[in-house]
Design a protein around this ligand. Structure first.
Ligand code: M6R
Length: 616
């Protein structure tokens, strides 16, 4: 939450910073602001409530003075409403210093009272301004931004990334991080700071992920990292494996539309180089983890939102293919219930951003308890993979729309690969079954492409449902996480009440919700499925149909048993049990997007949300 950019070099800082903010706006869009150090010792700043476009319009009408050092911020409001005054940067030291912040300073109340008692005045409701005032005071004493930052962080509690500039040190940006992300972009004669690499990917493909409790000082020609105590420190350098165009809309009407179109490719990328035609899975990171010894007797997935639904599918597959007991927990529930976790537990976090604070805290908790930790993540250099024992990158490419789509599919694939790997490692899965799955995986990108092409039909459906006030989603077994995912997309994008249910649960209460006209999406298992689930779901359809529901079935092509009972059928290609949910979810992603479009809502930036949830 909140996007942060810092720049020092030879270019126009406002151009670099505003460009970076545009790429980071998915992290928060309640307000935006910028501060530039102007040669000749002055500092200019401008900030506005609302989206970045509001700030841009303002700056077009009243351009800022130019400089080559600057910082910028997009906000997701925590303390204080989204107003101009609460927007960042916050100024201090008589307007000579500017500071931006991502996170929550938990002891800000106490610090604020202390500063007020010493005569300091505040102009916002934010926790962040406290850090600005403290940095201003510390600079006054030390005349050095790095030393001043060290003095400030020593007093802060909570989660923070802070960036500061001061007009008296014109070629310097100082950053600090604890529990919130900060990456460094390495250029030639210029350096960058950002909440993630999207901030500077247009200028460099070399980056460093700052560690926990580190301070970084960038000038055009140097990057210096120290601990909060001032000891020299290092950070891992990495190459960014996507370019700026991957983070552009590329002619699509929204990032979400683009990212749905990339679902087949995302799956292919997650699979690439990891499974042979015979089905043998190669995961070098897992080899190293297992080489450290110790049996894995239990797997716990931790994740939030869409990532948790991906984890559910992964858990079903892992338990089946490896025989290892596997469960899924919401990250924010996990560590508060004193779970029985130990050295034989593998805790697998799933997170697109790799920065979700709830998940990060759960990973740290698991590590403290001695568990092995594996991160399934899409973002290089993010905190969760950096702090985990092993990582399985999904390689889905940047996901900018707040609603997660292609990341979901790639997370499921990564978890499936993990299940197959473990099953092959402990001999639970046969070579013949592995080979069949390899064929299924191979066919998947093409089949997903067929589903992406159902877009026109789904758009029509969404068009006639624009006034709908409630939509239900039903599924059993692997259809259940898909139902949850479909409902979440509708809630977050179209602001419509939507619920996903396990179809077997219907008769235990939710069926009372069914009244004439209620729209219900049903994910129907293949009639070829050897279990009797298909027949059970068809019965569920009849039960709700008898009570007036309008049923939209997602069913295998030619499933004659469903046709008489459904108002609409969206046909799915023939696929095996674990592939079907990946196919069924695509039209539900499209449906969420199209219903939001039909209601005239902002698809990429739904209200109240942010892409990367870096507060607990
Ligand atoms: O970055 P993460 O995968 O950890 O994010 C987890 C959730 O916040 C995220 O999936 C959220 O539920 C999406 N907005 C859903 O579309």
């Amino acid at each position: 939450m909140c996007g942060i950019v810092g720049y020092v070099g030879q270019r126009s800082a406002s151009e670099v910073v505003l460009g970076g903010l545009a790429r980071l706006e998915y992290r928060g869009y309640d307000s935006a602001g910028i501060a530039i150090v102007v040669p000749g010792n002055s500092l200019v700043s401008h900030k506005k409530a609302g989206k970045l476009s509001v700030l841009r319009d303002e700056l077009e009408a009243n351009p800022l003075a130019q400089g080559t050092t600057g910082i910028g911020h997009t906000r997701w409001a925590t303390h204080g409403p989204p107003t101009d005054a609460n927007a960042h940067p916050h100024l201090a030291d008589g307007g000579k210093l500017a500071l931006i912040h991502n996170g929550i300073i938990e002891n800000f109340d106490e610090l604020k009272s202390e500063l007020q008692a010493q005569g300091e005045q505040f102009h916002s409701d934010t926790d962040s301004e406290v850090a600005a005032v403290m940095l201003g005071r510390a600079f006054h004493e030390t005349q050095d931004l790095t030393l001043a930052m060290r003095a400030v962080v020593a007093r802060l509690e909570g989660a923070f990334t802070l960036l500061g500039v001061h007009q008296d040190q014109p070629d310097v940006v100082v950053g600090a991080r604890r529990n919130s992300p900060l990456v460094v972009g390495l250029g030639q004669g210029e350096n960058f700071l950002g909440s993630d690499v999207a901030a500077f990917v247009a200028y460099t493909d070399k980056a460093m992920a700052l560690g926990q409790d580190q301070i970084v000082t960038i000038t055009p020609d140097s990057v210096t990292i120290t601990t909060f105590e001032g000891d020299p420190a290092t950070a891992a350098q990495f190459d960014i494996d996507w370019d700026a165009s991957a983070a552009d809309k590329g002619g699509w009407s929204s990032f979400m539309a683009k990212e749905i179109s990339e679902e087949p490719e995302a799956v292919a990328n997650t699979l690439r180089g990891r499974i042979s035609p015979e089905g043998t899975v190669t995961l070098p990171d897992l080899d190293s983890l297992l080489d450290q010894g110790g049996e894995i007797t239990r797997i716990i997935f931790i994740a939030c939102g869409t990532a948790a639904y991906a984890a559910m599918l992964g858990a079903y597959a892992i338990e089946k293919w490896s025989g290892i007991a596997t469960t899924v927990e919401l990250s924010h529930e996990f560590r508060y219930r004193d779970p029985a976790v130990g050295p034989t537990t593998l805790v697998v976090s799933v997170s697109q951003s790799g920065e979700t604070m709830d998940t990060l805290m759960a990973v740290r908790y698991a590590a403290e308890k001695g568990a092995k930790t594996l991160s399934i993540c899409n973002t290089q250099g993010a905190t969760i993979p950096r702090e985990s024992d092993a990582v399985l990158y999904t390689h889905a490419g940047p996901e900018v729309a707040v609603a997660s789509t292609k990341a979901f599919l790639s997370q499921v694939i990564a978890a499936y690969l993990l299940g197959l790997y473990l099953g092959q490692h402990n001999g639970h899965i046969s070579a013949a079954d592995s080979a069949l799955l390899a064929k299924d995986f191979d066919a998947l990108p093409g089949q997903l492409q067929e589903m992406v092409e159902t877009g026109g039909r789904i758009k029509e459906l969404a068009g006639w449902m624009a006034d709908t006030r409630s939509v239900l989603y039903l599924g059993r077994h692997v259809g259940y996480p898909v139902a949850l995912e479909g409902a979440l997309k509708l809630k977050e994008l179209a602001y419509i009440h939507a619920e996903g249910f396990a179809a077997g649960e219907l008769k235990h209460g939710p069926i009372a919700l069914i009244e004439p006209g209620q729209i219900v999406f049903v994910i129907v298992p293949s009639p070829r499925d050897p279990s009797s689930l298909h027949a059970k779901v068809v019965s569920n359809i009849q039960e709700i149909r008898a009570r007036g529901a309008r049923v939209i079935a997602l069913a295998e092509k030619g499933d004659a048993a469903v046709l008489p009972h459904a108002d609409e059928v969206i046909a799915l290609p023939f696929a095996s049990v674990f592939m079907e949910p990946l196919l069924a979810v695509v039209p539900l992603h499209i449906f969420g997007m199209e219903l939001a479009a039909a209601k005239g809502l902002d698809i990429d930036q739904p209200r109240n949300l942010a892409k990367s949830v870096t507060v607990e």
